[in-house]
Ligand binder design. Sequence first.
Ligand code: AHG
Ligand code: MN
Ligand code: MN
Length: 344
Amino acid sequence: MPQQVTVTEHIMLHQKRIPGATGQFSRLLNELVMSAKIIAREVTKAGLVDVLGFTGEINVQGEEVKKLDEYANRILIHRLSRSGVLCAMASEENADIIEVPDSLPRGDYIMIFDPLDGSSNIDVNVNIGTIFSIFRRNSDPEEPLLAGDVLQKGAEQVAAGYVLYGTSTMLVLTTGDGVHGFTLDPSVGEFLLSHPNIQIPEQGKIYSVNEGNYKYWSPSMRKALNYFKSNRNALKKPYSLRYIGSLVADFHRNLLYGGVFMYPPDVRDPKKPTGKLRLTCECNPMAFIVEQAGGMATDGVNRILDIEPDHLHQRVPFYCGSRNDVLKIQEIFEEEAKASAKKA
Ligand code: AHG
Ligand code: MN
Ligand code: MN
C-alpha cells in the first residue's frame, strides 16, 4: 500500500526542524486546513447554485457569489481568532489589522490572507483560491501590538501557502524547508502529500499577463512582452501565453510547468499606479513559495521579500516565476532605464 502522509503528519515532522517552534504552529496550520475544507465545501456548492440560478434565479446567484467571498473571510477570521495561537490577522477584505480580542486566548503568530483570490471567477466556475502568509510577533507579548509586527518584510515569513479550489482542492505550503503540495482526498476528508519538494523549472515556457493592458504599459514593459511573444526560450521553444485571471491558479500552473507571471504598473487606473497586486497578502506569500521552489519574484528591480511594507494594502509591480525568465525581464528593464537615462 502506498504511504499516505497527511498534511498534519507532515507538519508535525517539519515542525521539529523549525527552531523554537512549539505546538502552536501545528495548531495554526491545522486550523487553517479546517477552514480550507469548509471553504472548499462552500465553493463546490456555489457551482451548484450557479446551475440552479441559470434556471431563473440570476439575482440570487449574484448575491451568493458575493456572499462566498465574504463567507471565506468570515470563516478564516472566526476560526483563526479562536485557535489560541494568533495575536492578530490582516485580510485583503478588511481595511485594518484585526487584533485577537483579550477575551480569547492569544499566541505569538500573525496571519495575513487573501480569503478568496480570483473571486470574479466564481460565477464562471474557474479556479480560485485562498492565499496566506504567517509571521511571528517581534514585540513583547505583554505590551500592545505594534503595526511593525504585522508590517514585516516578506523575508521574515515563517510559512506561506495557498489553497487552490480547482479540479481538485490542493494546499501548497512552505515553512522555509522546500515547497510541498497536498491534495484533498474527499473520500477521507484529508489533505494528502501528493507533490513533495516542488521545484519550478529554471527555464519557463509560459508567460502570464493581462495583455489587454498593453496600451497602458511603459515602453520597457511592452519590450518585455514583445520578448516573450517573439522569442524562443533557452530550450528553443516558443513561449505560450496562459492567463486565467486568478493569481493563485496562474501561479500554480507556472510553478509546476515553468513560466513567468507579470502584473506590471499601468496607467489605466490612476488609483493603482504601482500595479494591482497587494504586497502583504498576495505577492509576499507567492514570493516565499517561488523562492523556496528555486524561482524568483521581484518588482522589476528589487526582491519582493526585501520590500519593507509601509501600509497593509500596498500594491507592488510583480514579476514571478522561473529564474531565467525573471532575470530576462530585469535585464530588459535595466537596458531600457540606461537607454532613457542616456537620452535625457
Ligand atoms: P482578488 O479576487 O483577490 O481581488 O484578486 C484578483 C487579482 C488576482 O487574482 C489576479 O491575478 C488579478 O486580480 C487579475 O487582474 P486583472 O483582471 O486586472 O487581469
Ligand atoms: Mn487576490
Ligand atoms: Mn480576494
